[in-house]
Write a protein that binds this ligand. Structure first.
Ligand code: NAG
Ligand code: NAG
Ligand code: NAG
Ligand code: NAG
Ligand code: NAG
Ligand code: NAG
Length: 192
């Protein structure tokens, strides 16, 4: 079993053996998710209603873009609603979904009850402390990575970089804790 120190600094992607004693109480309602990695110091997960992104919502060219606040649902699904103060997105109650092991896609997405796709897993999201993992085949996995989206300050959120050789990948962890208010830069200038 990795120690907490190993856990924090182990190379990613990583898999931990699932054990009830390992589970720590994570957040349950109204929390954001924030990506941390090299040059990315807590960029919040947002969506325009389908794909998952991290970075600057205001830089998005979509009026549907809003940061996501999550609630834990049945089977440890993560149900997302917009934290919309300035905009009024039409989406609500979307389920965070990662590609499953049969999928060749890497995209993390949000699905609704009529468009819940195939080749994705929409449940089994588990926190270890404030770190988000996905549980599959008895293992906790953190295979999050981001890619430049083409829009400045915005990255696409992806899962399982195996077989993806796209330039500009940054391996990240997802945490339920935002950056400290002292952080000078959430997204490095290299995001484009
Ligand atoms: C929702 O967004 C507002 C404005 O950006 C922010 O002040 C607030 O902390 C957010 N709420 C949560 C629960 O993150
Ligand atoms: C939100 O979505 C979940 C999963 O699809 C569903 O079980 C739940 O009833 C929905 N809640 C609302 C308020 O629509
Ligand atoms: C990651 O992708 C590889 C190649 O597509 C696949 O063989 C493997 O099962 C995937 N792993 C997970 C955890 O999705
Ligand atoms: C997924 O979509 C199918 C087909 O539309 C629907 O029958 C099923 O209830 C949906 N599942 C969830 C969890 O929303
Ligand atoms: C579900 O998502 C699809 C694709 O994003 C969208 O076309 C459809 O309108 C959505 N359905 C509902 C009930 O929101
Ligand atoms: C928003 O930007 C993306 C990426 O540059 C582009 O593919 C898309 O067409 C743009 N959408 C609009 C509505 O301008």
């Amino acid at each position: 079993m990795p120690t907490l120190k190993n856990f924090l600094f182990a190379p990613l992607p990583m898999a931990l053996a699932a054990s009830p004693s390992l589970m720590r109480r994570g957040p349950k309602t109204d929390f954001g998710l924030y990506a941390y990695g090299e040059g990315i110091g807590g960029a919040q997960v947002f969506t325009t209603g389908e794909g998952a992104f991290v970075g600057s919502v205001s830089a998005s060219n979509s009026t549907e873009a809003a940061p996501v606040l999550f609630d834990v649902g049945t089977g440890n699904a993560l149900l997302g609603s917009p934290n919309a103060t300035d905009t009024a997105p039409t989406w609500s109650n979307l389920t965070l979904s990662v590609p499953d092991a049969t999928s060749s896609s890497h995209q993390v997405s949000f699905t609704n009850s009529t468009n819940n796709g195939t080749g994705v897993s929409s449940s089994g999201f588990v926190f270890y402390g404030q770190y988000l993992f996905h549980q599959a085949d008895g293992a906790l996995q953190s295979e999050w990575y981001v890619l430049p989206s083409g829009q400045d300050g915005i990255w696409t959120l992806n899962w399982n970089s195996t077989g993806d050789d796209t330039d500009g990948q940054v391996i990240v962890t997802l945490r339920a804790v935002g950056p400290s208010p002292d952080a000078t830069s959430l997204v490095s200038d290299t995001a484009s």
